[in-house]
Design a protein around this ligand. Structure first.
Ligand SMILES: [Zn+2]
Length: 287
């Protein structure tokens, strides 16, 4: 089946009507029917690109102030029809749809409640990025200009059982400051002002993970310096990148991150011995 070409071979007329967009629009102002079709398209893309298999992953969009449209549980997200989707309240109460929503909706609702700028969420298990998450590694290296401009870095959220309040608690400190997160031993979650942006961010995470892995296989990845990172951060406005409203995101690790020479002192063995002796003497005198 073709992808991203605008025309898809589908088995019948009905299928053709159901998935006739094969694209996502760059803004969020759409009818509910358009949002339904776009979620099906994004699910298809995630499945075709191998970001999810079987019934994994979930996608949602904010329909209005009180309603979220989301994918159902126990269905392949690459084979959804618009009527399979479920509408919930911001508190996670089902408002419409015959199927049941995923327990992972709690993660989506956390973003919607903390981030008024967020209108769409993608959650998937892209294999290379999830490999880093399963190895306990964040994607926080200053390696690629596009990733630094677009996302800063992708931190690793500590493991908690999917779909539980513990996972929401682990995510909470990161949500105001980042648009893309790795979930330890689980996968990745991205958000955006619209579904296309959230999807692109998921693609970027996996692409970055693949390149980092290749760089590590090819040799030692050469990180950019903090000066280069500062230049890229300053260029964000030029690329129409709006950083998360919470600010305060940590910058990626640079070639000179460990170079805190101003904080380092060097001592000879005898100078160190004298310092220890003095500290011990002071401590004895205090008793
Ligand atoms: Zn998951």
């Amino acid at each position: 089946m073709g992808q991203g070409t605008g025309s898809v071979e589908l088995p019948g007329r009905e299928g053709l009507r159901a998935v006739n967009t094969n694209s996502l629009g760059p803004t969020h102002r759409k009818t509910e029917e358009q949002h339904r079709r776009e979620i099906c398209t994004a699910g298809k893309w995630m499945y075709e690109r191998g970001f999810i298999v079987a019934c994994e992953g979930n996608i949602s969009v904010r329909l209005d102030e009180g309603r979220i449209l989301t994918t159902p549980t126990c269905m392949n997200k690459g084979m959804l029809e618009p009527h399979d989707l479920v509408v919930t309240s911001l508190e996670g109460r089902q408002l419409a749809g015959e199927r049941k929503f995923s327990s992972e909706i709690a993660m989506h609702l956390l973003f919607y409640s903390m981030r008024p700028d967020v209108n769409a969420i993608c959650h998937a298990h892209p294999p290379t990025a999830t490999g880093f998450a399963a190895a306990g590694r964040a994607l926080d290296q200053a390696l690629l200009p596009e990733v630094i401009i677009g996302l800063g870095q992708i931190p690793l959220v500590r493991y908690a059982t999917p779909g539980t309040p513990e996972l929401s608690a682990a995510l909470e400190p990161f949500v105001p400051h980042y648009d893309a997160l790795l979930l330890a031993n689980h996968g990745a979650v991205t958000c955006g002002p619209d579904l296309l942006t959230a999807f692109y961010r998921m693609e970027t995470i996996e692409h970055f993970a693949k390149i980092l892995l290749s760089a590590e296989l090819a040799g030692d990845p050469v990180l950019l310096s903090s000066r280069e990172v500062a230049k890229l951060m300053a260029a964000r406005a030029r690329y129409f990148v709006t950083p998360p409203p919470g600010g305060g995101a940590e910058l990626p690790e640079t070639s000179d991150s460990g170079d805190s020479s101003r904080d380092h002192v060097s001592l000879t063995r005898s100078e160190l011995g004298a310092l220890i002796d003095e500290a011990v003497r002071k401590d004895r005198a205090r008793r």
